[in-house]
Design a protein around this ligand. Structure first.
Ligand SMILES: Nc1ncnc2c1ncn2[C@@H]1O[C@H](COP(=O)(O)OP(=O)(O)OP(=O)(O)O)[C@@H](O)[C@H]1O
Length: 716
């Protein structure tokens, strides 16, 4: 039933919102495809569209509570996702108005009798969906808030922790916090403010069976909070070498890290802050199959366990209430995952607060109920069509835990929002590249995903830089998350990566995205990415050089002329400012072990922005007879090729950045044309350089032939 419903909604939704969602995106009519074609870069569109989709999985539906399958040994561990008992359920009282799903028969549930009223959900509409934070109010029942940061695990709420009661809700006499308690609360506030605004964490999953069967290598080396990607590349003579890309993040979690540890590192520190009028967002980014869902699934349940602990322990009798909602953004449309994928509308109210009209919000007070709701939403999400991963990887799933409180502590008025924690399992990042797919629907979905991931990055960056303008209108995703981007907010990004060599390109893209989010943050100082200046270039090296070379077969005819002309144009003095490049480190077997391109780019730049390179020594060309000379020549030519490749890669980065700008700026047609003209000019400039390189190589080959003739005739 879900499947049918989902299909139907999918096609229907496209018709309704087509114009709004896609017409202003250059990826459609003024499409990315057309743009890339006009720039001669259409080959770039296909690179990621054929990623393999992992098989359907036996999900643990957030039930693990104890690390899921993430801990333990390596290798097979990733296929073991055995359910674990959920500890601590009995610690929480069950509110009578919110019967847990589990207490009802499964047939009831299957028959669709989950009427919203059973859960006493708040049906959100423009009037009741309150996204504005409750103004700061004195919290009368503050007690030693140390547990705010270190929730006491496995203890009952009857534990006789010192607490001060709320006058309005209990018969206990009000007690004012003493000095120590106030100090402690202040300290907690301080701790809360010391939680970074943005935290970027990378999680590497173990190799899976498929990758092992294909003999793919684990190319990710982790060390503390840094990681190195070992990318195997080919030189022009087809020998392999390994290029290293090193990154530093706030935390790097390797394949041995359990889901529990992921929670401790990412979400646990921000849970207490949402009681202090903060909105926090945790999202997982990465290619399909990199472990986003595996990572995100247990987090909301673990967080709600801690939230409930705080509510019933630290903030006991303070009138805090917890609400859960779960929805999905698919092709730019919103669907309620807790209400049979009912289509939802997003509206802005008079105060520019975003409201999701019709979204069911469930008031919950025990972990079991939350677990059931999450399972329900997840099942609705992943069983939409035949391929669960195929579907889930094309949608963003957003689970929100909202803490509310009545203004006066009484039940008579609707509670107001105190803080919110949003968990986002993003669409597979490579899905944004599906813009060349023959299926229009797929193409548009890809465009929307692309747009939303870029917009998300921009919003986070703006947020961290305290920019007054947050570009949340860039996509449906960021529009929906608008209230999470304004005011006091925290963001945790978990970048999920696959370790295998087959995913290298996607992995580098993911790390680059994460690096951009992190490195542009205020207060982070210079980029932490050790090879940051070469990183971006390296990402585009999967592009075959031939694909940007002008098709020509007649260079040999005019070699000499072209060379002479170019020499003049470059006005080059080889003796004073030659291009220097770190030489490859040769292994004993003749293969290169590591090859780090020099970062001293200044040296190779001429004032006009063109790159200089060292001329092959004419004396060598003319007089060489020995193998040493030839090797020197070869080395010089290789340096040249690398210099040009670097130029091309650099250009591609400019093109990428420009494309990002285009998407972000939603440029109207005429400005788009300006961009294209500018980019074409850049590309032509680069193409001239490449042409020159090709001439040089042909010339060199000719010389080599001559040399060989000489060698053989002179008896060498
Ligand atoms: N850290 C990990 N430890 C063990 N297994 C893992 C880990 N991360 C992911 N896996 C396994 O890898 C497979 C793919 O993971 P998952 O479905 O979470 O990927 P995804 O990034 O969410 O994909 P999609 O974007 O398609 O939804 C699953 O079988 C999952 O159990």
């Amino acid at each position: 039933m879900n499947g049918m419903g989902r299909q139907g909604q999918r096609s229907g939704a496209t018709a309704v919102h087509h114009q709004r969602q896609y017409s202003d995106n250059f990826l459609d009519s003024s499409s990315n495809g057309r743009w890339l074609q006009s720039a001669g870069l259409q080959h770039l569109q296909n690179s990621s569209s054929s990623s393999s989709i992992p098989p359907l999985q036996d999900y643990n539906f957030y039930g693990g509570g104890g690390g899921g399958g993430g801990g333990g040994g390596q290798g097979m561990r990733m296929y073991r996702n055995a359910p674990r008992g959920f500890n601590g359920v009995n610690e929480f009282y069950v509110e009578p108005t919110t019967p847990p799903i589990s207490s009802r028969s499964s047939s009831q549930r299957k028959n669709g009798e989950d009427s919203p009223n059973e859960f006493s959900p708040g049906l959100l509409d423009l009037h009741s969906f309150d996204t504005e934070l409750l103004p700061e109010m004195p919290v009368p029942g503050l007690y030693d808030g140390s547990s705010l940061f270190h929730p006491v695990r496995g203890r009952s709420f009857d534990d006789s922790e010192p607490f001060l009661s709320n006058k309005q809700q209990t018969s206990r006499a009000p007690v004012l916090p003493d000095n120590n308690l106030l100090k402690s609360f202040a300290a907690d506030k301080e701790k809360a403010s010391s939680v970074a605004k943005i935290k970027v964490v990378v999680r590497k999953r173990p190799m899976n069976k498929k990758e092992l069967a294909k003999n793919e290598e684990d190319i990710i080396e982790t060390l503390s909070n840094s990681l190195t990607v070992h990318e195997t590349k080919l030189k022009v003579d087809l020998t392999e070498y390994v290029e290293k890309h090193e990154f530093v993040f706030d935390a790097v979690l390797n394949e041995e890290v359990s889901n529990d540890e992921v929670y401790r590192e990412t979400v646990e520190p921000i849970v207490p802050i949402i009681f202090q009028r903060t909105k926090a967002t945790c999202f997982a980014y990465g290619q399909t199959g990199s472990g986003k869902t595996y990572t995100m699934k247990p987090l909301p349940l673990k967080a709600s366990r801690d939230i409930l602990r705080l509510m019933h322990h630290t903030y006991r009798n303070q009138g805090f209430q917890l609400f859960v909602s779960f929805f999905e953004i698919y092709g730019g449309k919103l669907f309620d995952l807790l209400s049979d994928r009912k289509k939802l509308c997003m509206r802005e109210d008079g105060k520019q607060q975003v409201c999701i009209v019709g979204l069911q919000e469930y008031k919950v007070s025990d972990v079991e109920t939350i677990k059931d709701l999450i399972e329900k939403g997840n099942a609705t999400r992943s069983t939409g069509t035949t391929g669960a991963n195929e579907e889930s990887s094309r949608s963003h799933a957003i689970l929100q835990l909202a803490i509310k409180r009545s203004v006066d502590g009484s039940e008579s008025k609707p509670p107001r929002l105190v803080g919110k924690l949003s968990f986002i399992d993003l669409a597979g990042s490579e899905r944004g590249a599906d813009t060349t797919d023959n299926d229009k629907q797929t193409r548009m979905e890809g465009a929307e995903i692309n747009k939303s991931l870029l917009a998300l990055k921009e919003c986070i960056r703006a947020l961290d830089n305290d920019k007054s303008h947050i570009p949340f209108r860039g996509s449906k995703l960021t529009e929906v998350l608008r209230d999470s981007f304004v005011g006091n907010s925290r963001t945790v990004m978990i970048s999920c990566i696959s370790p295998s060599s087959g995913s290298c390109e996607h992995t580098l893209n993911t790390l680059r995205y994460a690096d951009r989010v992190k490195s542009l943050s205020k207060g982070n100082g210079p980029k932490k990415d050790i090879l940051s200046s070469t990183l971006n270039m390296k990402e585009s090296t999967n592009m075959p050089l031939s694909s940007v070379l002008p098709a020509t077969s007649t260079f040999e005819d005019d070699i000499t002329d072209a060379w002479a002309e170019q020499d003049e144009r470059d006005d080059f003095d080889a003796s004073e400012d030659s291009y220097e490049q770190e030489k490859p480190v040769w292994k004993e077997n003749g293969k290169v072990e590591s090859y780090n391109i020099s970062t001293s780019e200044d040296k190779m730049r001429k004032p006009n922005g063109m790159t200089k390179w060292k001329e092959p020594s004419r004396s060598i060309l003319k007089n060489s007879r020995s193998d040493d000379d030839l090797n020197a020549l070869l080395q010089e030519e290789e340096d040249l090729v690398n210099a040009h490749r670097k130029q091309v890669e650099e250009t591609m980065n400019i093109v990428r950045e420009e494309m990002n700008l285009l998407v972000e700026a939603d440029q109207p047609g005429n400005q788009l044309d300006d961009y294209i003209t500018r980019l074409n000019a850049i590309l032509s400039q680069k193409a001239a350089g490449i042409l020159q390189l090709q001439n040089r190589l042909l010339h060199f080959q000719k010389r080599l032939k001559e040399h060989n003739v000489l060698v053989s005739s002179s008896g060498y």
